[in-house]
Design a binder for this molecule. Structure first.
Ligand SMILES: Nc1ncnc2c1ncn2[C@@H]1O[C@H](COP(=O)(O)OP(=O)(O)OP(=O)(O)O)[C@@H](O)[C@H]1O
Ligand SMILES: [Mg+2]
Length: 268
């Protein structure tokens, strides 16, 4: 079941004091929950009163719109082809109270975006961030050139890992490249699909130790998210977890992560 994107929800008025904080969500390994987490974090931040833009920056296999059952009128492909500006292509998502810049799934053109075109998108995005408190970028899996550039461009990189060794290795690789691309940059860790919060914290400690020893940086753990069947239920129904199952374990965990991000906001 799909629902049309709501385009009547216009972005809030621009602020002149500072641009919104940009947060990229990456992982290296695919399928660890980046897209679901980025959507749910956007929703949690919006519910706490923040002005949020969720940017589907998975250039090859965009699927924010799929997880939410949206049919975007315009998407990143329209922007890259010159058919629309970035501001035109941003649509309000009224059920979540946040805005979405949709990607284009399966677009080879976007996956192979040349560096000049990518820089063009980033400069448009830099001006589009002004009306927002937070701009979340849902990145693709892997560590290709575009993923690295987007991760290094954001103010903060959130690396999502799970307890699986392959995920840990790929999360470490993502941290390593970010340390090279953005020395002194702000990278944090989120452990998803945890069997228990304690197991998630142990996983984080393993990764953090490796980062401290070999990269000379110690990424803080922003939070752990429990494995929760309600997540699959919400995705299957193309609905928002915080609306559908507000008190389930994964909802509470994401709310806690959102509260940590909100607490860091400097007073306006
Ligand atoms: N906390 C969780 N509890 C249970 N299932 C989860 C949880 N987080 C993610 N999942 C499951 O993982 C699947 C993959 O999630 P998602 O598509 O968000 O991952 P991704 O990292 O964005 O993938 P890709 O790398 O392909 O973009 C979801 O469809 C969902 O079933
Ligand atoms: Mg994804």
């Amino acid at each position: 079941m799909t629902q049309p994107a709501v385009r009547a929800f216009s972005p809030p008025a621009a602020r002149s004091d500072r641009a919104g904080r940009t947060i990229a969500v990456a992982s290296g390994k695919g399928g660890v929950g980046k897209t679901w987490f980025a959507i749910t974090l956007a929703h949690a931040l919006a519910r706490s009163g923040q002005r949020v833009l969720l940017f589907d920056a998975d250039l090859g296999l965009a699927n924010v719109d799929i997880q939410l059952g949206l049919v975007p009128v315009l998407d990143l492909g329209s922007v890259v082809s010159g058919a629309a500006t970035l501001s035109d292509a941003i649509a309000g998502f009224a059920p979540g109270g946040f805005d979405i810049m949709a990607g284009r799934s399966g677009s080879g053109g976007l996956a192979a975006l040349d560096p000049v075109a990518l820089e063009g998108i980033l400069s448009m995005l830099a001006s589009a961030t002004a009306p927002y408190d937070v701009v979340l970028l849902d990145l693709g899996a892997g560590v290709d050139r575009s993923v690295r550039r987007l991760a290094a461009w954001a103010d903060t990189l959130l690396v999502v890992a799970t307890e699986e060794p392959t995920s840990l290795t790929d999360a470490y690789a993502t941290m390593k490249l970010h340390a090279a691309d953005r020395p002194g940059g702000d990278a944090r860790l989120v452990v998803n699909l945890c069997s228990t919060p304690a197991a998630g914290a142990r996983t984080a400690a393993t990764l953090t130790r490796a980062c401290t020893a070999f990269l000379g940086r110690t990424p803080p753990l922003l939070g752990t998210i429990r494995r929760d069947p309600h997540v699959q239920d919400a995705i299957r129904r193309q609905s928002l977890l915080l609306t559908r199952h507000p008190n389930c374990p994964a909802s509470l965990d994401v709310e806690q992560i959102a509260a940590g991000i909100t607490d860091e906001r400097p007073a306006a």
